[in-house]
Design a protein around this ligand. Structure first.
Ligand SMILES: Nc1nc2c(ncn2[C@@H]2O[C@H](COP(=O)(O)OP(=O)(O)OP(=O)(O)O)[C@@H](O)[C@H]2O)c(=O)[nH]1
Ligand SMILES: [Mg+2]
Length: 170
């Protein structure tokens, strides 16, 4: 992947979550296999180990947005939240979900990567996303980064992975 990481043997646990159909599994399999694959809706979760340079590994849990999501939180080192604006996912719903997620006692103060997905469809300007979502209260004590991703330009997936790795060291 061409991403620098420290020489650690214990994989970092990453919780990859967000609304249904937002593109989480597409991203997970790209990070894992370096190719875009067809997906089916995730029933519960997917898990992949992603190797980064110099021996680092990420254990990424792709957990879809269900009432049972919480059982996957314990031991998480960083959160990746993927959302795409469409008829089913409004900014208000995303904000509400993010506040519930980020105020959970198992996830407080953990680094967050906030990804706006499917920008080939929505074209949401990323600079506005965290502001539009009005998340300052839950972002103030944590490292976070934002990015736009689209499966039509996989360099956006590579850049998102680099941002995730960087978050572990800020
Ligand atoms: N146009 C477009 N479609 C995308 C993009 N990313 C994913 N998709 C499509 O959106 C659909 C859902 O993608 P998934 O990766 O399965 O989404 P998910 O978030 O894992 O969905 P659940 O498992 O149901 O929560 C698939 O048909 C993908 O091919 C994108 O950037 N642009
Ligand atoms: Mg999925």
């Amino acid at each position: 992947m061409g991403v620098a990481c420290s020489n650690q043997t214990i994989p970092r646990k990453v919780l990859l979550t967000g609304p249904k159909g937002s593109g989480k599994t597409t991203l997970l399999y790209y990070w894992s296999m370096n190719t875009i694959t067809e997906t089916i809706p995730t029933e519960s979760f997917n898990i992949e180990t992603i190797k980064v340079d110099i021996g680092g590994q990420l254990l990424v849990w792709d957990v879809t947005d269900t009432a049972r999501r919480r059982q996957f939180y314990h031991g998480t080192d960083a959160i990746v939240y993927v959302y795409a604006e469409d008829q089913n996912t409004t900014q208000a719903k995303v904000r509400e979900d993010l506040i519930t997620l980020l105020t959970d006692r198992d996830l407080q103060n953990l680094p967050l990567l906030l990804l706006t997905s499917k920008t080939d469809i929505s074209g949401t300007p990323m600079e506005q996303s965290e502001e539009t979502l009005n998340l300052s209260s839950v972002l103030s004590k944590r490292s976070y980064a934002c990015a736009q991703i689209t499966m039509t330009d996989t360099s956006t997936y590579d850049q998102a992975l680099k941002k995730l790795i960087d978050l572990f060291y800020t």
